[in-house]
Design a protein around this ligand. Structure first.
Ligand code: GDP
Ligand code: MG
Length: 836
């Protein structure tokens, strides 16, 4: 019987695991080992993935993966107990570590995904790294240096990893860090709610012989559940100091630091170099390989040979590869093969599993004496209750859509109020400046260039903060992991992994970290494919354009239009995945092994800090690329000054002015006539000014550029100003808005400052066949929004794709295919729409 045959609610004991080596290894690390009890929590619709409960954690697997796992429903308790590997601890004299004379300590944070490493890191280093209740949040190592008690401490936060055998790129980062950087101390963060599984990594660290301290994190939940852990005894057994911490609240983190210093100063009595005893037969093999390594692989000097022996025995590719570069490899290789063959014959199981089982046996032996699980797990049952609704067969998807819908409506409508205040502030500022600074190039530069551009974008700051706030909430509660679970089935149809959906959703914030987050995907093709479709996920930089244009063209429906755009983005990315999968990337499957974290109350402090941090980044962008782009656009629109007008505007205007002044003298005409003519006259004068400005702009460098690209953009329903804005948007999408701010500022007569949205609404064609018609018809506006959604991502995204994909060809590919797709889509929408 296999795991797949179980029904929701069933419990069984694992017997054997089939399938590819990678899959077996991966699943073993998640706790799927012989003798473990596993129960079925629930399944998704249409034969999608199934949630399983194992070793106090929830893991989801696809059905054909569950089929690879043999289980039995009633297995005698003693089978699990009759393990051949009795945990016996061997003592070894401590190889004393020199106290660093230069008082520098390098510390690395290591642990399974989602155990709170980044929370601890942030507390200690006072940083704002991303925290989220799902795996794969930290994708790159982050480093901070600070001084404490006279020590210069370098702290490194690493991506989460279940073991030291790397499968995905983020795990590779961890392994390489340990091997190359050799930190003085590794802080192994473990989730107190699931020590059985989290200590697996610890056993590997013990094998490796590195100096470890355990941070027993999530201690608050541990206490709330009423779990009992005899910390000091466990510490003695494994020979590693253990410090309880609550990363989210920052409790215990300084105790952890003090303990680290105690270890460095060799004042820590608990430290004892233990060995994990792998049982008589495996130990024989390990010792034989170790002896041979000592003889033939002298290059490995200073390395922990036992570690290499164990890793090669469990067929670790990385260690084998490292050994293969050594001179003595020919002598060693047959010994390794021989020993693997011997133990596999003896135990009728593969060596990888044997070693993993022995590690788990060590852990359960150590915990047997020290750990007692509390009676009730409120958080867990609460999580399961919520999940009954949120990952429900049919409602799950619906609820997810509703949440997205609510998110964009909130972003638009809640943001409206602070947006108006900022807008008023910006207007007041430009009004004041116009009054203080005499007319001329300086005034034009400041009012039209700087404030017109930057001010146009800054008003969207509240919207962006709201969006980030909601995304942070989704991440921190644990809902984000569920979206991957819900979407796996859909994504699977399109040849993608449900996990791909997490980077995609992260793309709503910013595409750059989203593309980096693809590192958590185990399959390179999936990774590349996901990278190529992420640009269709609307990042917050596109939000200002959406709000501006949707608000101007569809004032009543703006929230819906924005939601629609995000949906279209998702649809395009999925559609592209389908196309790419059948053309460039041929089908290949990666196992869907994903942990579903328990729901947690979000750490409000972190969420708000994170939002604040995003706000600061946005403001910095404003002072950087957006300011520079605005100035360039302004200058290109301002020069050349000696324009040849079609009419003599100057004299026409002064003529009107003269007439106006004449009427203003009270003697002539009746009062009634007076006001009518004066109104008409000033109207005429204004339109003369606007016409002159327009002509000047058209004759400027930017106008010439705009007219040059007109043939390309006209079929899409855009005028030259829209075209120029899109062109400027290459630098960053917000620049589309700032460019509009600059371009539309010019034709504005000084006193009646109206919002950019109103200016856009009032735009009419001033020449050509469309003269007098509105530029932003609903159709043209929508076509423009689609173009902004789809066309090439900003420079940083293009660079990130090149770096992560390892080839600039992919950057070029992204530039061309997105832009072509944008043009083609807008063309179809505008042309077909124009027929009606
Ligand atoms: P990482 O993946 O190991 O870096 O973990 P994070 O630091 O991103 O934290 C994962 C989740 O656990 C976040 O939702 C945190 O708010 C939460 N968290 C971190 N430490 C604690 C803790 O001590 N107690 C509780 N209850 N939650 C925590
Ligand atoms: Mg992290």
């Amino acid at each position: 019987m296999t795991l797949n045959d179980l029904q929701a609610g069933d419990t069984a004991t694992i017997q054997q695991i089939h399938g590819s080596g990678n899959f077996r290894k991966r699943i073993t690390e998640m706790g799927f080992v012989k003798g473990q009890a596993v129960s079925v929590v629930k399944a998704t619709p249409f034969k999608g993935p199934v949630e399983y409960r194992i070793m106090s954690s929830t893991v989801s697997l696809r059905r054909n993966e569950a089929k690879q796992i043999d289980v039995s429903v009633s297995v005698a308790e003693e089978e699990a107990q009759n393990n051949p590997f009795d945990p016996v601890f061997k003592n070894r004299p401590g190889n004393s570590k020199d106290t660093p004379e230069d008082r520098k300590i390098s510390i690395a944070l290591l642990g399974n995904p989602n155990c709170g490493k980044t929370s601890i890191y942030n507390r200690l280093s006072r940083s704002n790294e991303r925290v989220g209740n799902y795996s794969g949040v930290t994708i790159d190592s982050k480093e901070a240096t600070f001084t404490y008690n006279g020590y210069e401490i370098t702290f490194t936060d690493l991506p989460g990893t279940y073991s030291l055998s790397a499968y995905s790129e983020d795990e590779l980062i961890v392994r390489d860090f340990l091997n190359n950087k050799k930190p003085d101390i590794v802080v192994n963060v473990i989730d107190a709610g699931n020590p059985e599984r989290h200590l697996y990594l610890t056993t590997q660290l013990i094998d490796m012989g590195v100096q470890v301290i355990l941070a027993l994190n999530m201690y608050d939940e541990h206490q709330a559940r009423g779990d009992k852990l005899d910390i000091s005894t466990l510490a003695k057994i494994i020979g590693i100091p253990i410090v309880p911490t609550i990363g989210k609240q920052g409790k215990g983190v300084y105790r952890l630091l003090n303990r680290i210093i105690k270890v460095v100063e060799e004042r820590e009595p608990v430290i004892r170099h233990t060995h994990i005893n792998y049982g008589e037969e495996l130990e024989k093999s390990i010792n034989r390989i170790e002896r041979d390594l000592e003889v033939y692989a002298s290059e490995l000097e200073g390395m922990h040979l036992r570690y290499f022996a164990i890793r090669t025995l469990e067929r670790d590719d990385y260690c084998l590869h490292k050994l293969s570069n050594l001179d003595g490899f020919e002598q060693i290789r047959p010994v390794i093969d021989d020993e693997i063959y011997r133990v596999e014959q003896l135990f009728k199981d593969d060596s990888t599993t044997l070693i993993a089982n022995a590690r788990y046996a060590f852990i359960s032996g150590a915990l047997k004496e020290t750990y007692k699980k509390g009676k009730q797990d409120k958080a867990l049952s609460f999580s399961q209750k919520i999940d009954r609704v949120l990952t429900h067969k049919y409602f799950g998807f619906l609820i997810f859509m509703l949440i997205l819908f609510g998110m964009f409506h909130a972003t638009f409508s809640l943001g409206q109020y602070p947006m108006n205040w900022i807008e008023a502030g910006v207007d007041a500022l430009s009004g004041q400046l116009s009054r203080w600074i005499p007319g001329g190039i300086i005034q034009d530069f400041l009012v039209d260039g700087v404030i017109g551009g930057v001010g146009g974008v800054i008003v969207f700051l509240p919207n962006i903060l709201i969006l980030f706030f909601i995304i942070s909430l989704m991440e921190d509660t644990g809902y984000m992991a569920r979206t991957a679970f819900i979407m796996d089935r859909v994504m699977h149809v399109f040849g993608l992994h449900g996990k791909s959906f997490i980077p995609m959703i992260m793309g709503f914030g910013c595409n750059v970290p989203a593309i980096m987050a693809t590192r958590m995907l185990e399959n390179r093709r999936d990774r590349l494919l996901t990278m190529l479709i992420i640009p269709f996920m609307s990042c917050t930089a596109r939000l200002p354009v959406y709000i501006l244009i949707a608000g101007a063209v569809f004032p009543e429906q703006a929230g819906n239009v924005i939601f629609l755009l995000y949906l279209i983005g998702i649809l395009f990315s999925i559609g592209m995945a389908l196309i790419l999968k059948t053309t460039i990337f041929k089908k290949s499957e990666a196992p869907f092994v994903m942990e579903l974290p328990t729901y947690r109350m979000p750490g409000m402090r972190m969420v708000i800090k994170h939002m604040w941090h995003k706000g600061v980044l946005y403001l910095k962008k404003m002072g950087g690329v957006i300011l520079v782009a605005s100035i360039i656009i302004w200058a290109l629109g301002y020069f050349p000054r000696n324009v040849e007008y079609s009419k003599d505007y100057a004299s026409l205007i002064s003529e009107k002015q003269h007439l106006l002044e004449q009427i203003d003298t009270p003697e002539s005409g009746t009062l009634m006539q007076h006001s009518e003519t004066s109104e008409a006259l000033s109207g005429e004068m204004n339109s003369l000014i606007v016409a002159m400005e327009n002509e000047k702009q058209a004759a400027s460098y930017i106008g010439k550029l705009g007219h040059a690209i007109e043939p390309v953009i006209k079929p899409l329903g855009f005028d030259w100003k829209m075209g120029v804005s899109l062109l400027a948007g290459f630098a960053a999408k917000e620049v589309v808005v700032s460019t509009m701010g600059v371009l539309y500022q010019v034709s504005d007569s000084e006193e009646n400052t109206v919002s950019l949205q109103e200016k856009i609404r009032a735009q009419v064609y001033t020449n050509g066949p469309l003269t007098g018609q509105k530029v932003y018809t609903p159709l043209a506006g929508f076509s423009f929004l689609l173009f902004v959604l789809l066309y090439l991502p900003c420079v940083s995204v293009i660079a990130t794709v090149g770096r992560e994909a390892g080839s600039w060809k992919w950057s070029a590919f992204v530039i061309f295919y997105t832009t072509f797709l944008a043009w083609f889509t807008s063309f179809c929408v505008y042309q077909i729409g124009s027929l009606f």
